[in-house]
Design a protein around this ligand. Structure first.
Ligand code: ZN
Length: 426
């Protein structure tokens, strides 16, 4: 069955917008052009909106198996589709952990049965994320592991990390790292700085993250491994990554929307919707992240979508778990606060949410070309509304952005030629 998406505009390489139509067949893009005559095709009217490649998010927590009260693969992928995403990479801090072929296969089965969009699951670096025994990376690659990570915790032993990188390099797979030196966490629940002192809350120092990135880039150099840094949050981390790239080390990095949008001064009271790991840092860190993204030190944006129940998040900064949701607010917030203000171009933002993450990991997605998967996102850039967590498709309503006024949003998401989300329908 052929479909034609009409009356849309796409962004050209020079940033200008060009009217176009897109023909899809068998889940793939067949043609892109104007006045394409395909009389037998089913027509989807794009109503003059912008069409981009479906968004790609390589850092998400879908919580299944084991955390289904927070989110499931079904609810998480529907929320992702509402946010314009067609490819997401699911973190392995589930119960059980995908640290064996059997567990990874069972997760693949659940994805096959219940996901609304493409889900590429990570496998862990170490068994049960404990850090003392490596997984069988080759076997996990054969079961479709996207990459290896112990996200949620840092790999503490330099020797363990070097072995992991050496093994990954041998099979041409990336190591993806949540960087956190356990001896420097100090039971912190937010950034160690002026605001943590004012609120009387224990702080996590910036070096807790940056010192491990500094170690890891040298290990990656020694191992010849593609090393990717999750959710960079400090100015020192940006500097280390910039220097490592200059030295020719194969390091890439991501930043979250919330670290770009906020800093520690946003935390005015003990509200766990501001509790995430890494924490919101100082204003100089926020500025360094924006600069790092603009100069290419940081490669792209990933949400770190991390749903928790309202009950868990009601427990205050010291008791509540780390993490906030991100799928359903990412584009609107970034468009409003960076594109509308002239800090990012629309093309830059779209690239950081599509082709840049895809290219970083060699994925054949995130671009709109003939023969690629018909994964498309329609964006209405003119809507004005306030974020309202009660409308979220995600089970998680834990966000510090509730009620924020935003301009522009995804209104339709097409995955493999089928509508996965359409505004106004459920
Ligand atoms: Zn993490």
């Amino acid at each position: 069955m052929k479909k034609i998406l009409t009356n849309v505009k796409r962004i050209l390489d020079n940033g200008s917008l060009q009217p176009c139509e897109i023909v899809m067949e068998d889940g793939k893009i067949k043609a892109i052009g104007m006045e394409l005559e395909v009389p037998e095709a089913e027509k989807i009217d794009g109503k003059g909106n912008l069409v981009t490649p479906g968004f790609v998010d390589v850092h998400v927590h879908l919580r299944e198996p084991g955390g289904e009260t927070k989110e499931t693969i079904a609810t998480g992928t529907l929320a992702a589709a509402r946010g314009g995403y067609t490819t997401v990479c699911a973190m392995p801090n589930t119960q059980p952990t995908p640290d064996s072929a059997e567990v990874l296969q069972s997760i693949q089965n659940r994805i096959e049965e219940t996901a609304a969009i493409r889900v590429l699951p990570y496998a862990s670096i170490t068994k049960r994320l404990i850090g003392d025994q490596l997984t069988d990376m080759k076997e996990l690659k054969q079961k479709g592991a996207f990459a290896y990570t112990d996200d949620g915790v840092g790999v503490q032993s330099a020797d363990m990390m070097l072995q992991a990188m050496t093994q990954a390099a041998a099979i041409d797979m990336p190591i993806v790292a949540h960087c956190e030196e356990n001896t420097l966490i100090h039971n912190g629940v937010m950034h160690e700085g002026e605001v943590s002192q004012q609120l009387g809350l224990p702080g996590i120092p910036s070096i807790c993250e940056s010192v491990q990135i500094a170690r890891d880039v040298l290990l990656a150099e020694a191992a010849g491994c593609h090393y990717h840094v999750c959710h960079v949050s400090t100015k020192e981390s940006v500097r280390v990554i910039r220097d490592a790239k200059k030295a020719g080390i194969r390091v890439t990095a991501e930043v979250t929307p919330h670290h770009l949008l906020m800093n520690e001064t946003a935390i005015t009271k003990n509200d766990a919707n501001f509790k995430m790991n890494p924490p919101l840092r100082a204003i100089e860190d926020q500025e360094a992240l924006i600069e790092g993204l603009l100069d290419g030190t940081i490669d792209f944006i990933a949400t770190d979508h991390a749903p928790h129940t309202s009950e868990e998040k009601a427990n205050g900064m010291e008791e509540a778990p780390f993490g906030i949701v991100g799928f359903e607010t990412a584009f609107s917030l970034l468009h409003t606060h960076f594109v509308k203000k002239g800090i990012f171009t629309l093309k830059q933002l779209v690239d950081w949410m599509t082709v840049k993450p895809a290219d970083t990991f060699g994925l054949p997605y995130g671009r709109m070309e003939i023969g690629t998967s018909a994964d498309l996102t329609l964006l209405d850039l003119k809507t004005n509304e306030n974020i309202d967590t009660s409308t979220f498709v995600s089970k998680g309503k834990n966000t510090p952005f509730d009620k924020w006024e935003v301009t522009g949003k995804p209104i339709m998401t097409i995955y493999q030629g089928q509508i996965a989300y359409e505004e106004g329908t459920k």
